[in-house]
Each structure stands twice: as structure tokens, then as C-alpha cells.
Design a binder for this molecule. Structure first.
Ligand code: ADP
Ligand code: MG
Length: 240
């Protein structure tokens, strides 16, 4: 049997702050399969962002294990982790994180550039990705000339441009009105299923989380709920 996409065993991240220990993620056991669409829910401060950072190899656990495609991320070199972030993971943030002096097209190109693709192909792939998010005719606009929803669509094009295995989105609709937010989730899930990409979305918005077939619930760094609509059995691990 192939290894699951992710396997976390006792994954924890603690921060030391003014003599106190903050248990941001406090021993999470979790298995995620490829092509899942998973929401991580929970109130502000429950550890959602920290968990995403462990999953995206942006941070290392204080203890425990985070296996991705069968490899424990803790054992990888910085170079191997950078390679994973570049090729295997795409990131989407609440604040879009576009470069303000670059056009929509250049923002997508900037995401692909480290892969060392020739300029012509870089442009072609970036334009094709912009077309997929419905922004082909906005390619020469600066972020300031785009609506919030359009900026997030550019960020989605950037995140998917390198054909990552996983897209990690942190409160992707947090800066959008509810209509644009719903559109973004529809777009993201449609593209992910077309490209066979796993999506993991952290959100405190339960309406958004309700769209995900699998909902994880965080509280005080603990994984307190795991509801999977594909799983007909009552979940015995649920503590809510
Ligand atoms: P969420 O995304 O659910 O709002 P976070 O993962 O951002 O939660 O934070 C979880 C807890 O860890 C919070 O109490 C937060 O203040 C704390 N925390 C997060 N990052 C740091 C850090 N770099 N240093 C100290 N404390 C942190
Ligand atoms: Mg957060």
C-alpha cells in the first residue's frame, strides 16, 4: 500500500514567550490522503496557522513527526525542504501576498521563476494559469487595480502554477465579502479536482468549512474533531 500523503504522529509546536510555554500545536495525530479537500476549523489562536506551517514545511515541529509522502520532514536538509516548498506545496494567504509593483502576470511568473523554466514557457504557463482563474484579460493589471477577489485569484494562479501536490490556504476568504469568498472556494475546489491537487484550508468561518468533505477541528492546539462525510462510521475519536 502506498504511504498516505501526510502522516502526523504527536506533532507539536511550542513557543517560549516571556517564560511561558505556548502550546500552539499540542500533539496532533493525523493521516491525510492525496486529493482530499480538508478544512481546519477553530477559533482564533487555536493553532490552525501553526499546523498549516508544519504541513507546508515552513516550520519544524518541536516534537513528534510530520511525514509527507513517506518522508519525515524533520530528517530533511534545508535544501530538500526548500525544494519541497517550491515543487510540492502552493501557499495562499489571507492578505493575498502579491508583489505590489508587479502585474498579475509577473506575480504568477515570479512564483514559477525559481523552477528555472525558459522565459517563453514561463510566460505561456503563467498566462494559461491566469486564464484558468478567469483573469486572462487582467494580466497587465497591478494588484492595486484589481478587486480583492481578483487579487486572490491571482494568488491562486500563482499557487497552482508549479502543479503542486498540495495547496495550503490560510484564511483565504478572510479579507473578502461573503460572495467573493464563496466564489474563491468554488474556484479553488474546481481547479484542485481538475488538477488532482490536495487542498487544506484553515478557516474560522464555519460556512466555508462546511463546503469541505472533511473538517478538522482545532482547540487550544489540540485536534478535537475529525468529521469526514465520506466516512459513514461514527467517529469514535471525536471528543466534542
Ligand atoms: P490560529 O491560526 O488558529 O489563529 P495560531 O497557529 O496562529 O492560531 O496560533 C496558536 C497559538 O500560538 C496562539 O496562542 C498564538 O498566539 C501562538 N503563536 C503563534 N505563533 C507564535 C510565535 N511565533 N511566537 C509565540 N507564540 C506564537
Ligand atoms: Mg491563523
Amino acid at each position: 500500500m502506498p504511504a498516505p500523503l501526510y502522516e502526523l504522529r504527536g506533532a507539536a509546536k511550542f513557543f517560549q514567550l516571556g517564560g511561558a510555554t505556548i502550546r500552539a500545536v499540542d500533539g496532533v495525530d493525523l493521516t491525510l490522503d492525496a486529493e482530499e479537500f480538508v478544512a481546519i476549523e477553530g477559533p482564533s489562536g487555536s493553532g490552525k496557522t501553526t499546523l498549516l506551517q508544519l504541513l507546508g514545511a515552513l516550520d519544524k515541529p518541536s516534537s513528534g513527526e510530520v511525514h509527507f509522502e513517506g518522508r519525515d520532514l524533520v530528517t530533511l536538509s534545508d535544501g530538500e525542504l526548500a525544494e519541497l516548498r517550491l515543487r510540492s506545496f502552493g501557499f495562499i494567504f489571507q492578505q493575498f501576498n502579491l508583489l505590489s509593483t508587479l502585474t498579475a502576470l509577473q506575480n504568477v511568473e515570479a512564483g514559477l521563476a525559481p523552477l528555472g523554466i525558459a522565459a517563453g514557457e514561463l510566460r505561456e504557463r503563467s498566462l494559461a494559469m491566469l486564464a484558468e482563474v478567469g483573469l486572462r484579460d487582467r494580466s497587465s493589471h497591478l494588484p492595486s487595480q484589481l478587486s480583492g477577489g481578483e487579487q486572490q485569484r491571482v494568488a491562486i494562479a500563482r499557487a497552482l502554477s508549479a502543479s503542486p501536490r498540495v495547496v495550503l490556504a490560510d484564511e483565504p476568504t478572510g479579507n473578502l465579502d461573503s460572495r467573493s469568498g464563496a466564489d474563491i472556494i468554488t474556484l479553488l475546489t474546481g481547479l484542485a479536482s481538475k488538477h488532482g491537487t490536495t487542498i487544506i484550508v484553515a478557516t474560522h468561518d464555519s460556512e466555508l468549512a462546511a463546503k469541505a468533505p472533511r473538517r478538522l477541528n482545532m482547540h487550544d492546539g489540540l485536534l478535537v474533531g475529525d468529521d469526514n462525510v465520506k466516512d459513514a462510521r461514527p467517529n469514535v475519536k471525536r471528543k466534542r
